[in-house]
Ligand binder design. Structure first.
Ligand SMILES: [Zn+2]
Length: 326
C-alpha cells in the first residue's frame, strides 16, 4: 500500500513537472498583458516633463512604475538610441550609428527588432514615427506611418502622428505598437532645451499622448495593454550628445494591468534602467523569445506578483554585491 502510494505520488509529481514546463514555455508572466504600446517623446528630458503641465504623462507614472534617471545610449542621438530601445542591444552591436536617413539604399539593424521578434512569436505590429529616418526600423512591420524617405529628411507634426496612431489602433489594433513624437526635439534644436517654447512643445506632446491613450481605452484595450513612455535622449542648449548627463538621462514609465502603481524605481539602489531594457521587458511580458545577444534586461520588479519580484531580487543579488561600498 505504502509502495503504491509512493508510486502514485511520484507519477503525480512527473505530470505536474511536465505541465509546469509547458506552462512556463507558453504563458506570459502577467497573463492579463496581451499587447504592448511604447511611446517615445523625442528629446524629453525628465525634469522638463515634471516641470511642464503634462496631465497624461503624470497620470501614467501615478498609475505605474517610473524612473527619471533611466539612461539612453552613450551616443545620446535619435536613430542609434531608438534602435537600441527597440532591439535591446547597444549601437556597436545593432550597427545603426548614423542619425539621418542613411545611405541611398535602405540600411536595417544587424539584429532583429522588437517588431520582427514579435511577428515571429505571432503578434501583429504597428509603427508611427514623425521622422523619415525611422524607416530603418520598419522592416516587416504590418502597419507603418513614417514620412517618405526622400531627401532632405521629412517630418510629421506630432498632432498628425497622433491622428495616424489613433486611426491605426481603431482599424487594426496592432498588438505591439510603437509611436514616436518628434516636436519636443525639433523645438530643442531650434530654440533650446528648457526654454518656455520647449515646455509648450512638451505640453502639446502630452496632449498627443493623451489622444493615443484615449484610442486604447476606446477599443477597451486598457485591461490588456502594457504601456511604456520613454525618450531617446534629453539635451542642453540647442544640442544633445555623448558625455553629457543632461542628454543621457531619460524618463522610463511603465504601466498596465498587473504592474505596480506609484512606484519610484530608484528605491532599488542596485537597479539601473537602460533604454535596451524597454525591448527586454516587453519581450518578457509578451513571452517573446529574446535573441541570444541581448544587452537589455527585463525589469521584473515592476510586476505586482510577489513571486516574480523575488525572481528579480535573486537576479540582482550579484549586482548588489558588486555595488556594495568598499
Ligand atoms: Zn532624438
Amino acid at each position: 500500500m505504502n509502495r503504491m502510494f509512493k508510486l502514485a505520488a511520484w507519477m503525480l509529481g512527473v505530470v505536474l513537472m511536465i505541465q509546469g514546463m509547458s506552462l512556463g514555455q507558453t504563458t506570459r508572466p502577467i497573463p492579463q498583458i496581451k499587447r504592448a504600446l511604447i511611446i517615445s517623446v523625442d528629446g524629453l528630458r525628465p525634469d522638463l516633463l515634471l516641470r511642464a503641465n503634462t496631465p497624461n504623462m503624470h497620470g501614467l507614472f501615478a498609475e505605474g512604475c517610473f524612473s527619471f534617471w533611466a539612461r539612453t545610449t552613450e551616443m545620446s542621438v535619435t536613430l542609434p538610441s531608438h534602435t537600441s530601445m527597440l532591439t535591446g542591444v547597444t549601437p556597436a552591436t545593432h550597427g545603426i550609428t548614423f542619425n539621418d536617413d542613411g545611405p541611398a539604399e535602405q540600411v536595417y539593424p544587424k539584429v532583429p527588432t522588437l517588431f520582427e521578434c514579435a511577428k515571429k512569436a505571432g503578434y501583429t505590429t504597428g509603427l508611427v514615427a514623425t521622422k523619415s529616418k525611422f524607416s530603418a526600423l520598419a522592416k516587416g512591420v504590418d502597419w507603418v506611418n513614417v514620412p517618405p524617405r526622400v531627401p532632405p529628411e521629412k517630418v510629421f507634426e506630432d498632432e498628425a502622428a497622433a491622428e495616424m496612431a489613433v486611426k491605426m489602433i481603431a482599424e487594426h489594433t496592432p498588438q505591439v505598437m510603437f509611436v514616436h513624437f518628434g516636436g519636443v526635439d525639433v523645438v530643442g534644436h531650434a530654440v533650446g532645451w528648457g526654454t518656455p517654447q520647449q515646455i509648450t512643445a512638451i505640453e502639446k506632446a502630452d496632449g498627443c499622448v493623451g489622444r493615443v491613450l484615449g484610442a486604447i481605452k476606446a477599443q477597451h484595450l486598457e485591461d490588456s495593454t502594457f504601456i511604456i513612455l520613454t525618450a531617446d535622449h534629453g539635451g542642453t542648449g540647442k544640442w544633445h550628445g555623448p558625455d553629457d548627463p543632461r542628454a543621457r538621462h531619460i524618463p522610463w514609465i511603465a504601466m498596465g494591468p498587473g504592474i505596480r502603481k506609484n512606484l519610484d524605481l530608484t528605491t532599488f539602489r542596485e537597479l539601473t534602467i537602460n533604454t535596451e531594457d524597454t525591448f527586454a521587458t516587453t519581450c518578457w511580458l509578451l513571452n517573446i523569445p529574446l535573441p541570444a545577444k541581448t544587452d537589455g534586461k527585463a525589469v521584473m520588479v515592476i510586476a505586482q506578483d510577489a513571486q516574480i519580484q523575488l525572481m528579480h531580487d535573486t537576479a540582482t543579488q550579484g549586482m548588489k554585491a558588486r555595488s556594495a561600498p568598499q
